[in-house]
Design a protein. Structure first.
Length: 370
């Protein structure tokens, strides 16, 4: 469901380890200049007062009364009840902090908190990659439609979220879509996030040129080296991003077996997709060996790079055929191919999270105010 004509206003927050960025969204658009306050403080009380002040400033800037507060906040957390657990990047949050109930008491409106990976996926499902793909399929005369989406972000960490048939998938312990805990493709005792993050790219490049990770350039510079736009070991830079792609393909193949839908990639490293996407696609479409000596496709479905012209044409082309119904003169349409597409964020990661937060709040409140 789209909310691009809904006039209700939701106050939002992008919570980072350094800054809190507050805003307000109406009809899927930010309606004020965001307010930025420090996320740092000597104690919990200072940080909580900054959060309260941020929302008060936003409320003073908007024309109209907000119907809810909705935002992403780091976990672990009990998101459904608005309770934040022990955070690494905000160490003053310890022992369970009832952030949602606190804001509800102060502002007198419902408060919804989720993980940023979840809200990113929801934003792209509402008005990003998912509707774009279905519209293109319709224009191509292809009857196939997609209703499920796995959203992942590559950046400081590796996050994820799942949307199924218009609803954000919520687990029983606020731990849904935690793709970062999938086992690492290359490092047996590591989780996938150690490779699929800024530090992962730096580690791969550092290992290949035999330097300490602290001496390695960042992902952007490594990408420039790989594209021969900056001095450095080009082959090692290319191999570092190839390894990233392979590790990403392995993790996403494991995750998508349980989702069976489109995949959208966001986060700061998503801009480097030309360097890692070929390896990612190749890994997902690889094969498994069997004890009988045959190989089988790793997945029941074929993955296509939606950022590649040739592969996107193959993805959008219909492969439906007509087959006869046994003991009948009638025929039915059947599509023997199973396809998923993998694309880069259409909204931008931060914007997708904001739209996801907005849409999630309105979906919970129900109704419409046009």
């Amino acid at each position: 469901m789209r909310y691009n004509k809904d006039q209700r206003i939701v106050m939002t927050l992008d919570a980072g380890g350094t800054n809190f960025v507050f805003s307000a969204v109406q009809a899927e658009q930010e309606i004020i200049e965001p307010v930025t306050l420090s996320a740092k403080g000597s104690d919990l009380e200072t940080i909580l007062k900054n959060i309260i002040e941020g929302f008060r400033l936003v409320k003073s800037k908007i024309n109209g009364k907000p119907v809810a507060i909705s935002f992403a906040f780091p976990g672990p957390a009990d998101y459904e009840n608005g309770i934040i657990g022990d955070l690494q990047n905000l160490p003053s949050f310890r022992g369970g902090i009832a952030l949602g109930p606190m804001l509800e008491e102060i502002f007198g409106i419902p408060v919804f908190i989720n993980n940023d990976g979840d809200l990113f996926a929801f934003g792209e499902a509402i008005s990003g990659l998912l509707p774009e793909i279905n519209l293109k399929l319709e224009k191509c005369g292809n009857p196939k439609r997609y209703r499920n989406l796995l959203g992942v972000t590559f950046g400081t960490g590796f996050g994820g979220g799942i949307v199924s048939r218009g609803e954000l998938f919520l687990g029983d312990n606020s731990a849904q879509g935690e793709v970062n805990r999938i086992r690492n493709r290359f490092y047996k005792n590591f989780d996938a996030e150690e490779s699929l993050s800024i530090r992962g790219i730096k580690m791969e490049y550092a290992n290949r040129i035999s330097v300490n990770i602290a001496s390695s350039p960042g992902p952007k510079e490594i990408g420039e080296i790989a594209e021969n736009r900056a001095p450095g070991d080009q082959e090692s830079a290319i191999k570092a991003y190839e390894a990233f792609g392979r590790a990403a393909g392995d993790a996403l193949a494991n995750a998508i077996t349980l989702v069976d839908g489109l995949i959208v990639i966001g986060g700061g490293l998503s801009h480097s997709y030309p360097l890692f996407m070929p390896g990612l696609i190749e890994e997902i479409n690889s094969t498994f060996d069997t004890l009988t000596g045959y190989s089988v496709p790793r997945l029941e479905i074929n993955a296509y790079n939606l950022e590649d012209h040739i592969q996107s044409l193959q993805f959008y082309t219909s492969s439906t055929i007509e087959i006869k119904i046994p003991f009948s003169n009638r025929k039915v349409v059947y599509d023997p191919s199973k396809k998923i597409g993998i694309g880069i964020t259409r909204l931008g990661t931060s914007n997708a999270v904001s739209i996801g937060a907005y849409a999630f709040a309105l979906s919970k409140l129900g109704g419409s105010m046009l």
